[in-house]
Design a protein around this ligand. Structure first.
Ligand code: PGA
Length: 257
């Protein structure tokens, strides 16, 4: 079984004190741990307050939104994987389309970040996705194959076990226009086929492939019911404890293969 993974990407939202309030309210919504694995990915400045609010034995994991590929050194303003691990992070989002479009991250940068994360023991969530023009001109599969082959370059099948892939069509992020179940499923299947060809069937069958882009409490159940959609990377709808909890409740386990 691929355990579903629901990740809340807070982006540049919530101060450290707002984060404490969120975690308190959010935890009160669960009497028992959810069926899904859940990750909160607040800004760097709120990681410590989320960690201490969750407490040492929480079933909810901590993730970061970015990392630098070097371990330490003269890189003003950057944060290393070792620093994130030391703060209790287990996951890190890599290559989000906002980082690619607004901060000039290229496939080669994304590759170094994925590798740095795996090497230091973090679990990277590699984001891939096409723009609207790329979709309309029939380039979706090619663009995603390019992002995957570069992002996962030099990783072994064993390394891939630490990796999660998030399919996030750029045109669906923050627009209120999620991909249809059919659109998401078609791309998820092509990603799995790409992994089977580049590595092996086991790597393809065990990889968790998340969908992201305008996931809400309303559309989560239909997306997550698909056996090829193993979870969600949620932006806007994760900022409210109630709507995020509803999305988590919609997740179910998917059989491998
Ligand atoms: P959204 O963002 O849910 O607000 O569309 C998703 C993301 O960017 O990860």
């Amino acid at each position: 079984m691929r355990t579903p993974l629901i990740v809340g990407n807070w982006k540049m939202n919530k101060t450290a004190s707002e984060a404490r309030t969120f975690v308190r309210d959010f935890q009160q919504l669960f009497e028992i741990p959810a069926d899904a694995e859940v990750v909160l990915a607040p800004p760097f400045t709120a990681l410590e307050s989320v960690r201490s609010s969750l407490g040492p034995t929480s079933w909810i994991a901590l993730g970061a939104q970015n990392l630098h590929w070097e371990g330490h050194g003269a890189f003003t303003g950057e944060i290393s994987g070792a620093m994130l691990l030391d703060l209790g992070c287990r996951y890190v989002i890599v290559g989000h389309s906002e980082r690619r479009a607004l901060f000039g991250e290229r496939n080669t940068d994304v590759q170094k970040k994925v590798r740095a994360a795996v090497t230091c023991g973090l679990r990277p969530i590699l984001c891939v996705g096409e723009s609207l023009t790329e979709r309309e001109t029939g380039q979706t599969e090619g663009i995603i194959a390019e992002q995957l082959s570069s992002g996962l370059d030099q990783l072994t099948a064993a390394d891939l076990r630490a990796v999660t892939i998030a399919y996030e069509p750029v045109w669906a992020i923050g627009t209120g226009r999620a991909a249809t179940v059919a659109q998401a499923t078609a791309v998820h299947r092509s990603i799995r086929a790409f992994l089977a060809k580049g590595w092996n069937d086991d790597a393809a069958a065990t990889m968790r492939i998340l969908y992201g882009g305008s996931v809400t409490a309303q559309n989560a159940a239909s997306l997550l019911a698909e056996s090829d959609i193993d979870g969600a990377l949620v932006g806007g709808a994760c900022l409210n404890p109630d709507s995020f909890a509803k999305i988590i409740a919609a997740a179910k386990r998917n059989p491998i293969g």
